[in-house]
Design a protein around this ligand. Structure first.
Ligand code: ATP
Ligand code: MG
Length: 256
């Protein structure tokens, strides 16, 4: 399998959302929320985007709950591991502002959109103090996009925790199952053997468009294709396992 990152429609919608945040209205915040079911490619997309733009990417820790200073310290470490974090919340916010502004300036000078991505952000959106600290004291104050990423329901959790905050969020992006066109593109980008359209369509349906399962299936298809001549279709894969579903059951190609 090629290690390529594929610009499928979820990715395109996210990139368009970032552009919208840049052009946001005065009443809108710099905060973005990205959610969707597990295995739709959220983490990989955020890591790719952060690497492309020199943005900060970190995963929230359950230990942040009720501890704003923990969150700020980990953010500072992700933004600049050489800085020794201060002890008080106020000073940590100050250190973060300086660090993020410095990095923002450097990235913008290169034409990138700087930002901070917090993955698995459920703990953040469920605690008003955490989400408000990020939004009011950092993101909006510095005009730097902060992207909160998590499982489906992140948006409604946030609406529950901070109804005023949620109405100011600039963009909500929901990662949805891949379309057939997305699946076709992914196969072209990643798979090192030729795959017939009929098998891609079967795969798309059997996986319900979940990229994690499509990815796992492709490595099996590729394994077959490398040992056998010609493009791989349903007939060739008949009786073979494509992937294991979320209940652990193996999904086998029956062919036609
Ligand atoms: N655009 C892409 N191009 C290539 N591979 C991708 C892409 N998006 C996701 N993948 C692959 O699909 C798999 C699942 O993606 P990922 O872990 O990012 O999903 P997720 O939505 O973050 O899931 P979870 O909610 O469980 O954290 C990974 O193996 C990842 O490398
Ligand atoms: Mg993830």
């Amino acid at each position: 399998m090629r290690g390529k990152f594929s610009i499928i429609s979820n990715v395109q919608r996210f990139l368009a959302g970032v552009i919208d945040v840049e052009a946001r209205g005065a009443a809108e915040s710099c905060l973005m929320v990205v959610d969707g079911k597990p295995g739709l490619g959220k983490t990989r997309t955020m890591e790719w985007w952060a690497a492309q733009n020199g943005a900060v990417y970190l995963t929230a820790s359950p230990g942040w709950k009720d501890r704003v200073c923990y969150m700020l310290r980990e953010l500072l470490q992700a933004a600049d591991p050489t800085i020794k974090p201060s002890r008080t919340e106020e000073k940590l916010v100050q250190q973060l502002r300086e660090t993020l502004l410095f990095r923002n300036k450097a990235q913008r000078a290169q034409g990138s959109v700087f930002g901070v991505v917090i993955d698995e952000a459920e703990v953040v959106v469920r605690e008003k103090r955490l989400v408000e600290t990020l939004r009011i004291k950092l993101s909006d104050e510095l005009e730097i996009p902060f992207v909160l990423v998590g499982m489906d329901g992140l948006r409604s959790d946030m609406a529950h925790t901070t109804p005023q905050g949620v109405s100011r969020v600039s963009r909500f992006i929901e990662f949805t199952p891949l379309t057939l066109e997305d699946a076709q593109q992914l196969v072209r980008d990643l798979c090192e053997v030729a795959v017939k359209d009929e098998l891609v369509a079967y795969l798309h349906k059997a996986t319900k468009g979940y990229i994690r399962e499509i990815y796992n299936s492709l490595s099996r298809i590729e394994g077959y294709g490398k040992k056998n001549p010609g493009p791989v279709g349903l007939k060739e894969m008949r009786g073979q396992v494509l992937f294991s579903d979320r209940a652990g059951k193996e999904v086998v190609v029956y062919g036609n």
